[in-house]
Design a protein around this ligand. Structure first.
Ligand SMILES: *[C@@H]1O[C@H](CO)[C@@H](O)[C@H](O)[C@H]1NC(C)=O
Ligand SMILES: *[C@@H]1O[C@H](CO)[C@@H](O)[C@H](O)[C@H]1NC(C)=O
Length: 454
């Protein structure tokens, strides 16, 4: 079904593909139909553009709702709703947007320029970028954009050439790791480390700074007026590259009944897997204080319990035995939310307790009602008191799992979005002082966010 839908779209010209002479097109459609079926099936199994190899969490796909449109731009603004209102009519009712795991709906050319850059919207703009096809984009007749990965393609796990963009709605881009291309590439991307190429730079060339880690663990870039775009997990980056991106199938359906009792058979309280004891946010001291009021089992180098990471059974404990998991990041920095939360926490049948980014950052990034932030409580003792209450009240505990099945952690197709943006009619821009943007006042704190004015 999915494949036929795609091919019929192709033959109707609904998918942005090279315009062809119609006779040739009909011939191609007939000829390629069969082959395309096979190829498309294969494509769905392979991920060509896998920047952060997002973990697909199988249980997120259970109880999938009926096919729904892609998340609307206003998704973040809607507050959590427990009851689903009738669905708005949609022209995409035949399937999900292409970036969902079973998505098959490809975008058309935009007639209105969406908000792509942080100056234009306070959102992360990921969905807008994923479904953006520039108005004048002509498929194969469009000049290919050359993107130079200045620190090499191995770091990205990508191959030179256009293959990376294969699945993208806007795919006229090619990757190179050859620094000789610095003189005339359309874009240069610096991953985690910047050194000046030292050659003349065309003014239309876009320099992009990509950081994966938080400010405490990234380079100090002292040069002013060099970077045009940023690509980091920060929500106000030009191309936001989060560790995971939760996306509702339908932003109006954010909670659903669950078949399972998440409290069943659990005999233990709080678990924490941790290897780095000397973090910058006092998380170990917090956990030890918490442990005075509720049972906290600390696994790893900072605690008495051992369970090697390689042993899959360790993480099974989180599903079966424990009620709460400390998803504490090693730094309190704006928007810094990693796999610790998404995979060890939300990816399991356990309630994560978070420390790291600001409460409002979690609110925007996580499914509604899926976690507890330490800053909701004045002290570890008060948090412990609430956890005891949850421990006794199974309905209240289960209310933290009602988001499951309402969406998925999507592949955010970093390269596809970059390619689409390079083809956009963007205005020149640059960061005067990217270091100040990245690590200036208010970005990170060594204390609780409760004590920081933001
Ligand atoms: C709880 O244990 C019972 C008995 O072993 C088992 O049948 C049931 O599936 C378990 N429930 C969950 C949610 O794991
Ligand atoms: C990129 O930044 C440089 C340096 O500030 C500037 O001269 C150039 O116009 C910018 N180009 C684009 C495409 O934004």
């Amino acid at each position: 079904m999915i494949q036929y839908h795609l091919i019929s779209n192709f033959c109707n010209g609904a998918i942005i593909m090279p315009p062809r002479v119609s006779v040739r097109r009909i011939f191609l459609c007939v000829l390629l139909g069969g082959g395309a079926l096979v190829l498309l099936t294969l494509n769905q199994k392979l991920s060509w553009v896998n920047v952060q190899s997002p973990t697909l969490l199988p249980h997120f796909r259970f109880q999938t709702a009926r096919p729904l449109p892609a998340a609307q731009p206003s998704a973040e603004e809607n507050s959590g709703q427990t009851e689903a209102p009738p669905l708005p009519p949609s022209r995409e009712e035949n399937g999900r947007a292409w970036f969902f795991s079973d998505g098959n709906v490809y975008p058309k050319r935009a007639d209105v320029q969406p908000a792509l850059f942080p100056e234009e919207s306070s959102g992360d703009r990921i969905i807008e970028q994923l479904i953006y096809v520039p108005e004048n984009y002509q498929g194969y007749d469009t000049q290919e954009k050359v993107i130079l990965a200045y620190n090499g393609l191995n770091q990205w796990g990508q191959k030179a050439g256009p293959g990376t963009f294969h699945e993208c709605p806007v795919n006229r881009c090619t990757l190179t790791g050859d620094r000789d291309a610095a003189t005339d590439a359309d874009a240069i991307i610096y991953k985690d480390h910047f050194t000046h190429p030292g050659v003349m730079r065309p003014s239309k060339q876009v320099w992009i700074l990509y950081f994966l880690e938080c400010p405490y663990h990234t380079q100090n870039v002292k040069l002013h007026d060099v970077f045009n775009w940023t690509a980091t997990y920060r929500r106000d980056s030009d191309i936001v590259a989060p560790y995971e991106r939760w996306t509702y199938y339908n932003p109006q359906v954010r909670q659903m009944a669950q078949a399972r009792d998440y409290a069943a058979n659990k005999t233990k309280k709080v678990a924490w897997f941790v290897s780095n004891c000397g973090a910058r946010n006092g998380r170990l001291a917090y956990a030890r204080e918490l442990a005075k009021h509720i049972s906290v089992d600390i696994y790893g180098t900072c605690g008495p319990l051992k369970c090697p990471r390689s042993d899959k059974k360790c993480f099974d404990l989180l599903d079966k035995d424990y009620k709460f998991y400390l998803a504490f990041e090693n730094s309190n920095c704006r928007d810094y939310i990693t796999e610790k939360f998404y995979v060890n926490g939300l990816g399991r049948n356990i309630l994560p307790i978070v420390m790291g980014a600001r409460p409002e950052d979690y609110e925007r990034s996580a499914p509604d009602g899926s976690y507890i932030h330490v800053d909701e409580f004045a002290s570890p003792a008060e948090l412990a008191a609430y956890l005891h209450r949850l421990d006794k009240d199974n309905d209240l505990y289960n209310s933290y799992f009602r988001w499951k099945g309402t969406g998925e952690f999507i592949n955010t197709y970093f390269w596809c979005r970059l390619c689409a943006m390079l083809h956009a009619p963007f205005k020149p821009k640059h960061y005067d002082d990217v270091n100040n943007w990245w690590r200036g006042p208010g970005v990170c704190t060594s204390r609780s966010w409760r004590n920081v004015e933001t």
